[in-house]
Structure formats: structure tokens, C-alpha cells
Design a protein around this ligand. Structure first.
Ligand SMILES: [Zn+2]
Length: 293
């Protein structure tokens, strides 16, 4: 009797193990099938994504090259940019460009030069008076800048003062009407050819943006002055960029003006210095062509 019971128990146990084992295998097979589907789906999605990215990268690379050509960027700078753009691990150039283009204030990056004018009626709507500021020169005409440029200038002037340097602002916003008179005065004084080198026709002056500051003496002795050296070394930290550097008259259309700085913001000044050798004109031309393309 005991023996029979033991045999029954043994068979029952065997059967139980068999059933469990089969069920287990079946469950395992189902989960493997599911797993395969799960891993396959993201693979397809990933492949589609990679494909899109490849296409984007290829067309972006083509656009970069096309725009570099249109903007007449010198070959050395061009090579550096093209190398960065084709390096999928880096792409610092495109990342920085994207940030600049996303800035809703297009006047920070707008190209204003001999060929590209602002509309006669363009007048910034956030001009603030520079009266009673420590950096203001003793001129009776009101001097104004756009709020964000004025805020940056204020910070820069405070930092300069902490280093024992007093910034003197000699000129800031100039209206379209003011520029008409100014260009006429320069033409009468120097003749039309020289006037073009040192002065802008109405609409073609960066000063109409309300983002430009002329420092100090308005001559190139400024470059070697204590103030000039401080501004050269520190302006970029506050978003200011030198518009008409020495030796670039053929590019900018203007004789060297060591005193004329345009506020472009920290993103753009970083971009100018990282990729375009510090030449604002190249950078703004590139961005102009990029947005047109
Ligand atoms: Zn100026």
C-alpha cells in the first residue's frame, strides 16, 4: 500500500514537473518573441531617424558650403568651419548658429553696411537716455542706446572702473535724419571719396540701430590709450564687437575705427571670435546669406 502510494506520488510529481516545464518553455518562447518585436521596432525607428539625420547633415553641409561661398569667406576660415560641420561628434558651429538665429531680436545680427541699409523710418522703440551715467562724455546733445546695449555698457563701465579705467562714450544712437546731415558735413569737409571711408550714408550707419558705442577720442590714438586697451581686451565679455578693424577696409568698406563697437550679444560675439577670426563683417554677411538661402 505504502509502496503504491509512493509510486502514485512519484508519477504525479513527474507529470507536474513535465507540465510546468512545458508551460515554462511556452512562456519563454512567447517572451522571446515579444522581446524580438520590441527590439526590432526601435531598430527600425532608429534606422529611419539615422537616415533622416544623414540627409539633414548632408543637406546642412551643402548649405554651409553654399553660404560660405555666397558670403565670400576666406578659405582658411571656410576650411575650419566645414571641418567642424562634417564632424558629427562636434557640430559646435551649427549649435552656436542655431542659438543666434533663435534670438527673436533680429537687429542684433542684421547686416548694415555700404550695400545693406536700414529703412529710413527704422527707429528702435526702447532707446534710453545715457544722461547722468558715469561713462558719458560731456556733450550737450542727448545720447541714447537701446536698453540691452545700455545695460551691457553699464556693466562693462563698472568692471572698467573696478580696474581703474573710466570709459568715455562719445557717440551712440544716430537717427536717419542725423545721418543725412552728418554725411553732408563730412563730404563738404573731405570730399565725397574720403567721406565714404569715414562716414555712412543715411540708412547705412550701424549707429541707427541704437546698439553702437563710439568710445573716447574718435581717432585711432584710442587703440593705445589705457581705455582703448581695456576695451579691446574686455568688450567681448559684455557682448560688444569691434566693427571696423585695422587692415579690413576692403572687407568692411570703412577705414580702421578702433573706437566703434557694436553690441551684438554674447552668443554672437562668441561666434564671431570662434569661427570668423573676430571679423564681424564676415559673420554678419554669413548670417545674412544663411537666412536668405
Ligand atoms: Zn561709430
Amino acid at each position: 500500500m505504502v509502496k503504491n502510494s509512493l509510486i502514485h506520488f512519484f508519477y504525479a510529481g513527474f507529470f507536474f514537473v513535465l507540465v510546468c516545464n512545458c508551460a515554462g518553455k511556452e512562456a519563454q518562447a512567447v517572451s522571446e518573441e515579444q522581446q524580438r518585436k520590441d527590439t526590432e521596432r526601435p531598430n527600425i525607428e532608429q534606422a529611419q531617424k539615422n537616415n533622416r539625420q544623414d540627409q539633414n547633415t548632408a543637406s546642412t553641409r551643402e548649405k554651409v558650403s553654399r553660404v560660405l561661398t555666397a558670403a565670400e569667406i576666406p578659405s582658411e576660415l571656410r576650411k575650419k568651419i566645414e571641418e567642424n560641420v562634417s564632424n558629427s561628434d562636434s557640430n559646435a558651429f551649427l549649435f552656436q548658429l542655431d542659438r543666434i538665429l533663435k534670438n527673436t531680436d533680429k537687429y542684433l545680427r542684421i547686416l548694415v553696411d555700404k550695400q545693406h541699409a536700414l529703412p529710413p523710418d527704422y527707429e528702435p522703440d526702447d532707446l534710453v537716455d545715457l544722461q547722468y551715467k558715469s561713462y558719458r562724455a560731456g556733450i550737450t546733445d542727448p545720447m541714447m542706446l537701446r536698453k540691452k546695449a545700455e545695460t551691457a555698457l553699464e556693466e562693462m563701465a563698472a568692471a572698467a572702473k573696478a580696474s581703474g579705467v573710466t570709459l568715455v562714450v562719445s557717440s551712440a544712437y544716430r537717427s536717419y535724419e542725423y545721418q543725412i546731415g552728418s554725411f553732408e558735413r563730412w563730404t563738404a569737409r573731405l570730399g565725397p571719396k574720403e567721406a565714404e571711408r569715414v562716414s555712412a550714408r543715411a540708412g547705412h550707419s550701424q549707429h541707427q540701430l541704437g546698439l553702437v558705442v563710439d568710445f573716447g577720442s574718435l581717432n585711432n590714438n584710442f587703440a593705445d590709450s589705457t581705455m582703448g586697451k581695456w576695451v579691446t581686451a574686455n568688450a567681448a565679455r559684455y557682448g560688444f564687437s569691434l566693427s571696423y578693424p585695422r587692415g579690413y577696409e576692403d572687407i568692411t568698406g570703412y577705414a580702421w575705427e578702433s573706437w566703434h563697437y557694436r553690441y551684438v550679444g554674447e552668443d554672437l560675439v562668441g561666434f564671431i571670435n570662434s569661427w570668423f577670426g573676430g571679423i564681424q563683417q564676415y559673420t554678419l554677411r554669413f548670417i545674412h546669406e544663411w537666412e536668405k538661402d
